[in-house]
Every structure is written in C-alpha cells, then in structure tokens.
Design a protein around this ligand. Structure first.
Ligand code: COA
Length: 329
C-alpha cells in the first residue's frame, strides 16, 4: 500500500500545575545544583503531578485539546493507543480509563509499553490500523507521571524526569499529507541499563523492595547516553532512506527530549542545523513517551510547523526501543 495513509489531524498537550525548578531540589534535601543539571542535561525545570492529577486526567485533557483541534468528537474515535511507562494502575490499561473519561463510547483502547518511544510506536500502530481499514480515527497519546516512579533519593535520576501528556488524532491522509516513512527497533539485551527492577509480577513490591527503592527507575546514565545517540542517529538515517529524502528536505527535527547533549549529537549526525531542531527539554525535562507529542503540539501552536512542511521525529527509550517517523504536514 502506498504512503501516505495516515495523517496528523490535531494535537494537544497537558501538564500538571506544579513546576519544580533546579533550584527547588535543595529544599528537598537533594545534593545537586542548577549548574550541574543545566550543564549535563539542559534541563531548567519540570512539571510534577500533584493531588488530583493523574496519568488519566492529564491524558484526557490532552486528548480533548487534540480532538478539538482535529474537529472530531470522542464517539468518533475507533481506537485509543496510549504509550506510557507510568500507568495509573498496572491493570487495567490507563487507555481504558481515558476512554471512559472522555466518553469515547465506540473505541477500543490499550497501552503500549515502549518507554520513551511509546508515541512513535503508537503512531506506527495507528497507521497500520488505518491501512487495514480497521479504523478511521485513532487517538495516539504519549503520557507520563514519572515523578511517581523515580527514586527521590537518587540524584542520578530524579533531576531528569518530568510529567505531562501529549495527544494526536490520526486520520486518513488527504492532499499528500501524513506519514512518509516509519522505522521501529528494539534491543532487549540491554534491558537492564534502564529499568524498574521490581514491582512487576516477577518481583512484587515487598518491604525490602521499598527500602532499597528497586521499584523505582534506575539507570546506567553513561551507557544509556551512548546508546541513545547511536540509535537515534541510526533511526534518522533509516527514516530519511524510507522517505527517499535527504536531511536538507527536512524542515524540522523533533527528537525525544531527554538531554540537550543527546539532541545536539543526534542533530549533528543527521546533518540538521540546530535552528531546525525543536528543543523544549529546558522547560519540561524528560517526559518520556510524552516528550515528542508535547513538542509537536508546541511547534504547531508556535507556527514552527506550517502546512506543507516535512518533519522528522526520532525517539529512544528503555528496552532499549527506538524509532523514527517522517511526516508531511
Ligand atoms: N547533581 C550533581 N552531581 C551529580 C548528579 C546531580 N543530579 N547526578 C550525578 N552526579 C555526579 C555523579 O555522582 C558523579 O560523581 P562522581 O564522579 O563523584 O562519582 C558525577 O556527577 C558524574 O556523573 P556521570 O554519570 O559520569 O555524569 P554524566 O556526564 O554521564 O551525566 C547524565 C549524567 C545522567 C546526565 C548522563 O549520563 C545522561 O544524560 N544520560 C542519559 C540519560 C537519559 O537521557 N536517559 C533517558 C533516555 S530515554
């Protein structure tokens, strides 16, 4: 089947009310400082979910905004795909809670566990469902409440992550707009480098697990960094090849927002000048599956993406998983 099949018809995002700046860590008794975090990561602040806020509520807010932008109503949705590493509950999927919250009465709903690559994986699934004729209107959400699964005693990780949700309505392509290429990969031999060791069915939560914090995110930062750059560079090459385009044909690169140094290294490899790279990691931190759809929504609202432009998305996350998309708007 010839691409484009599926296009982005509307986007939205939502973040919690509370902002935690780099300066706020001192008051939490965490031995870090603004200079270290800014130099190593480019992050200045992140949003943190508070009382009454949940993955479901943030996702539903982002979904309503995306549906409004696309001019579709909740009962028109055929499928809801939600990429997350921090579901409200382990069972059932948060996607079904979103389905209920927004009143998507006809929709099937499921979560994807592909960590920071969740939205890119979800977009590829949405395209496949449209291609098969199994859906006409798909809601793809990337959302996280990572603040609830980080170890607030571990300065190696707790400064990096933030909360938020981004949503995208995907519909059948018109006027040559939509996904021109998509590429997904994984390497589970490196699963231990970024993980939550306990808290699943294999090693349930016990007082011992809670004491050692092994139910929270742990990460071998340097190894993750190297693999992120290598994999995102590979994914950019593959997406361009798939679309039969050169880097100079891309108007904007929206990479996963984990760390400014990873973003810069990826852009350099892809041959994209930083003026053509969307960066908001300074304001959100790493929001994992939410990072690309939040950045996409901002880029559309800011006018950085205009009709006819070609945008490349590239993601990398725990698993490891990685992937890329080239999309014409
Ligand atoms: N504040 C101050 N010092 C900190 C710190 C913090 N928040 N976190 C770690 N340090 C210290 C370390 O303890 C270490 O001290 P030591 O040399 O006395 O042992 C020192 O800083 C250097 O640590 P290191 O891990 O070598 O730093 P780094 O340059 O690799 O940067 C990361 C650390 C986490 C920023 C970097 O590895 C990274 O960004 N990795 C990828 C993370 C990521 O994006 N993950 C998600 C991918 S989807």
């Amino acid at each position: 089947m010839k691409r484009p099949i599926a296009m982005i018809a509307g986007t939205g995002h939502a973040v919690p009310k509370k902002i935690l700046t780099n300066h706020d860590f001192a008051a939490l008794g965490i031995d870090t400082n603004d200079e270290w975090i800014t130099d190593r990561t480019g992050i200045k602040q992140r949003y943190i979910a508070g009382e009454g806020e949940s993955l479901t509520s943030l996702s539903a807010e982002a979904a309503r905004a995306a549906m409004k932008a696309a001019g579709v109503t909740a009962p028109e949705l055929d499928i809801i795909i939600l990429g997350t590493a921090s579901p409200d509950r382990l069972l059932p999927a948060t996607a079904v809670e979103v389905q209920a919250a927004i009143g998507a009465t006809r929709a099937a709903a499921f979560d994807i566990s592909a960590a920071c690559s969740g939205w890119v994986y979800g977009m590829k699934m949405a395209e496949g469902l449209l291609a098969m004729g199994d859906a006409e209107t798909v809601l793809v959400i990337g959302a996280e409440t990572l603040s609830r699964i980080v170890n607030w005693k571990d300065r190696n990780t707790c400064v990096l992550f933030g909360d938020g949700a981004g949503a995208t309505v995907v519909k059948r392509s018109t006027k040559g707009r939509g996904i021109l290429s998509a590429y997904l990969r994984s390497d589970g031999t490196l699963a231990d480098l970024l993980q939550r060791q306990a808290g699943g069915a294999l090693r349930p939560v016990t007082p011992e697990v809670l004491a050692e914090g092994s139910n929270c995110i742990s990460m071998a930062g340097r190894e993750v960094f190297k693999n992120a750059v290598r994999s995102m560079a590979d994914a950019c090459d593959r997406a361009l090849d798939g679309a039969k385009l050169a880097a100079s044909d891309i108007d904007l690169l929206i990479p996963h927002q984990a760390n400014i140094r990873i973003i810069e290294a990826t852009a350099k490899h892809a041959g994209m000048p930083m003026e053509k790279v969307y960066v908001n990691v300074d304001r959100y931190g790493n929001t994992s599956a939410a990072s690309i759809p939040i950045a996409l929504n901002e880029a559309l609202r800011d006018g950085r993406i205009k009709e006819g432009m070609t945008v490349m998305f590239v993601a990398f996350g725990a698993g490891f998983t990685w992937g890329s998309l080239v999309v014409r708007f």
